[in-house]
Design a protein around this ligand. Sequence first.
Ligand code: FE2
Length: 402
Amino acid sequence: MIFINYYLPKKKYYIIQSIQEIMEIQDKTSLKLPKENLEAKDFLPLLGTDYVELYVGNAKQAAYYYMSAWGFQPLAYAGLETGLKDRVSYVLEQDKIRIVLTSSLVPGGPINKHVDSHGDGVKAIALWVDDAVNSYKETTSRGAKSYLSPQTLEDDNGKVVLSGIHTYGETVHLFVERSDYHGVFMPGYKKWLPRYKPSEVGLRYIDHMVGNVGWNEMNKWCEFYAKVMGFAQLVSFDDKDISTDYTALMSKVMSNGNGRIKFPINEPADGRKKSQIEEYIQFYNGAGVQHMAMATNNIIHTVSNLRDRGIEFLTVPSSYYDDVLDRVGEIDEELEPLKDLGILIDRDDEGYLLQIFTKPVLDRPTMFIEIIQRKGAKSFGKGNFKALFEAIEREQASRGTL
Ligand code: FE2
């Protein structure tokens, strides 16, 4: 049985359950799916994103930032007080999003090396699975490089099984099996209950996580997700879709079978000046996570809150709003607050979406965060690419890196 959502040219999702169906759709649409897709099976069922772990220079202060500015709630802590000798981790959550902030407590070692090379950044995208041993076997037998052989962690609240593989750059995927665990996060962590608990801003789940890879590496990593993890390609954008007068990039979106995990992969394309992807690769010192997109049910509420708490967003010229409704048609929201906040709008055959992007949230011009509200649309805001990339170029120019 094959369960794959294909995003075909008519912009409809097809739930495909047999190779015959794929062949029929190929005949009807003239779309040629990569051979790997025909062989794709649900050998790696993923229940969702379990957590995202960032290696940072100062986890305590980063935790304060994600609580005060982003409305994350304190959940768990591990450090000297829980028996760790060399590292400290703070776990925060907001609805279904969990982030872990980890710093080293000693000189040298892999966390310091990561921060020295990349600055603060995403180390692990942890995926929630039913069987971490099998996930490890299925992926490593298809060519994934091992990061963590399966380990069972236990305490009074039960057990968690963890395993992991490498992906682009120094980023890894962990597989987390937690059906037998009833504690706060995982063994080794204690509940973290600070008095300071700023209110949430309405972030609900991780919609997608985007990787930037080097020149001519996009297809290699898309093939990795197809072959090693059974993902299918939803959609691709080339430099004609994503280019301005100065810079260009290419992007393909890979998705797992149930569509809960979506990983767009970007690479630079030739342009007259340095693209945002090249700037990222230069400052991150290699491939890595470019942005996390977090979903909300009320983007006006969420973005107003974030702006009041000090988050800075990319802005587009107000002329963007002069004809946006001609392009996207009727929407439920008033245009004025969207314009005031700089929220972008796009539509596909299934509905529309509202989105906005922060400036980089770290010292280096590397990772940023997207806030997205989907009102039927399953796409990624192609109609906004040009306005968005011009906004990024204005920021690059101010950094002298265009
Ligand atoms: Fe995005």
